[in-house]
Design a protein around this ligand. Structure first.
Ligand SMILES: NC(=O)c1ccc[n+]([C@@H]2O[C@H](COP(=O)([O-])OP(=O)(O)OC[C@H]3O[C@@H](n4cnc5c(N)ncnc54)[C@H](O)[C@@H]3O)[C@@H](O)[C@H]2O)c1
Ligand SMILES: O=C(O)C1=N[C@H](C(=O)O)CCC1
Length: 251
């Protein structure tokens, strides 16, 4: 069966790559390719099995809620998700027109980044110190990256489960130099022309350091993960809200 895929944000850096990946995939066909100003109500279960949404953090929640109400499954790569926004998606799914409807949200579709994030949760209980550095192209509108937030949250949860206290830090004044803090984990954002998407997780104990690093040099690195999510949702076997590509990997 051919999977009919519509793309929202199709003119963007990610959306245009998704359009090409869908057109090149033997088991998918492009249904609609929409961008800002287009009417999303054109997307219906009659023409679309799965929508892929890569837009901007300020509009993605509204798009996803509208698409759920229209009865379609949605794969979301846009960042900016908070617990409150995820709760709104869950509530929309609870009232969705079809009982088996799915929304899948991933802060990162690159296997290197997903594994780095996963390895960081495994390492976290064994180190006194942990910090996250994300490095991206300067056209990115949000900081820190959705991936870095997810990684820091995972590290914090693993530390808490292991009974670790706060990371040691005797800084008395920083003027912003210590970066943002996500669940007690410092997160630093670099924006540099020439970069694409990169993350480094630093762990430290007295006398030793572990560095976990993932580099996406090209947006093609995200496409296998996007297509994997499209294929998974097209089966109807993942009703409800799922967050993170690790859920579709045998880790
Ligand atoms: N999950 C991942 O693996 C991954 C990878 C790369 C980027 N991202 C995220 O994806 C998002 C998009 O990144 P990008 O680099 O493609 O950005 P971009 O600015 O190149 O593209 C965004 C597109 O969305 C369109 N858009 C804006 N408002 C819209 C609306 N209301 N309806 C439809 N389209 C609308 C814009 O016109 C633009 O074409 C960002 O949040 C980014 O962080 C995620
Ligand atoms: O280029 C971007 O923008 C990216 N955004 C995601 C994030 O914020 O984590 C994933 C990596 C690329």
């Amino acid at each position: 069966m051919t999977i009919r895929v519509s793309v929202v944000g199709a003119a963007g850096r990610m959306g245009s790559n998704v359009v090409k990946a869908v057109e090149a995939a033997g088991d998918c066909e492009l249904a609609l390719a929409l961008d800002a100003g287009d009417d999303l109500s054109q997307i219906t279960p009659e023409n679309t099995d799965v929508v892929v949404e890569f837009t901007v953090p300020s509009v993605t929640l509204g798009n996803v809620l509208a698409l759920v109400r229209q009865g379609v499954n949605v794969v979301v790569g846009t960042t900016g998700w908070t617990d409150d926004k995820l709760d709104q998606v869950q509530a929309a799914l609870d009232d969705a027109p079809r009982p088996d409807q799915s929304v899948f949200i991933a802060p990162n579709f690159a296997i290197s980044a997903v594994l780095a994030d996963y390895f960081a949760t495994l390492a976290a209980p064994y180190f006194e110190s942990a910090e996250v550095i994300e490095l991206h192209h300067p056209d990115k509108v949000d900081a820190p990256s959705g991936t870095a937030i997810h990684t820091a949250q995972g590290i914090a949860a693993a530390r808490k489960a292991a009974g670790l206290g706060p990371v040691p830090d005797n800084t008395q004044s920083d003027n912003g130099s210590r970066g943002g803090v996500v669940d007690g984990v410092h997160v630093h954002a670099v924006r540099l022309r020439g970069l694409n998407a990169h993350e480094e997780v630093l762990f430290g104990n007295a006398g030793e350091q572990l560095v976990i690093r993932a580099d996406s040099f090209d947006r093609g690195s995200f496409m296998p993960g996007v297509l994997l999510a499209v294929r998974k949702l097209s089966t109807g076997n993942y009703p409800g809200l799922t967050v993170g590509l690790a859920n579709f990997l045998d880790l």
